[in-house]
Design a protein around this ligand. Sequence first.
Ligand code: PHB
Length: 398
Amino acid sequence: MTLRTRRRFLAGAGAGLGVAAAGGFVPTRFAIGQKAKLKIGLMLPYTGTYAALGHNITDAMKMRLAEAGNKLGGREYDIVQLDDESAPPKGKDNAARLLVREKCDMLIGTVHSGVVLAMAQVAKEEDKFLVIPNAGAVDLTRKGCTPKLFRTSFSNWQPAFPCGDVALKDGAKTAVLMTWNYPAGHDSLQGFKDSFTKGGGKILKEILIDFPNVEFQAGLTEIASLKPDCVYVFFAGAGALKFMKDYEAAGLKAKISLYGPGFLTDGVYREAGSAASGIKTTLHYADDLDNPMNRKFRADFKKQTNRDCDVYAVQGYDTGTFLVQGLQAVQGDLGADKALVKAWEASKIDSPRGMFTLSKSHDPVQDIYLRQVWGGEEKYLGVAHKALADPGTGCTMA
Ligand code: PHB
């Protein structure tokens, strides 16, 4: 335990976990035999604006692990689950609580980029694997990449970049951008700007509000007075739902096309009703992707949870596959870290989103689809960018 982590651990030692699957010390060193259970720390939001995302990731991941007989490389496991509340200031304490106090062998999480940056620091200090099932902070596939950090989701640049070209093709020449003021928002806006300005588009203004504030009115008034050809936003979860509704209520929907990465509509377009209708987004998933795995997964997820599948459920499911395949390759031995890194780097993940591989910086190389909400459904319109990798070159895996 490093001194810094020890201090953090002591500071947080009084607090409880949402769910503790096992108490006390569990010996996990593979050397003592296959019988030792793996202990997996799962950090996700189960409250707040991203709560639904955390639940879908968790349930779908557990579904996939159950399909594999609830064993990883022949070993049983416990999952220690913690609500991170999408609160960056608590990120380090929470991660240390799982790795140090609970002695988890590895971490999985989270949704919020600010929280995952804190988790990554603790995982690195403790020399433990971190698998990210959502948060797309681009830093982690660029300068902040590390050998034991893997992402099964996306970098926030990826679903944003093709969206600029979509807006240009639709005839937009000017755009106003709006997002929450945190790394995910900045990364997403940068992705859109990279393609939109390269194709001759002009950004009139970037409007930032604090996370998880949903008082959008001042921004909407500014958009109305700037009169851009289009608006691009990064919002997700309950905040995205509120934004779409407010955009329509402000009378902007009929006048100015709204674009975003698919997080704007995924999981919330049904509830948004007319406010979502017609919105085009780009994402590494679409409900009606025509592959057997997608059809089966959507049906199974609905049956088991009574909720509709979305991109977050898919990422949870794929995280399950990633764990199953990697630990199979090392027969459950997390201590065989070099072999596990190699196996995970060579991953081919058969996913409801379509097959994907990992880049040298441990981030998915994947197709980005164009979708549009229409008639109460989110329709696949085509591939917006084939096999897109985050363009980062700063990763040296030191
Ligand atoms: C992020 O913080 O990176 C993030 C959060 C929610 C999303 C996507 C990305 O839907």
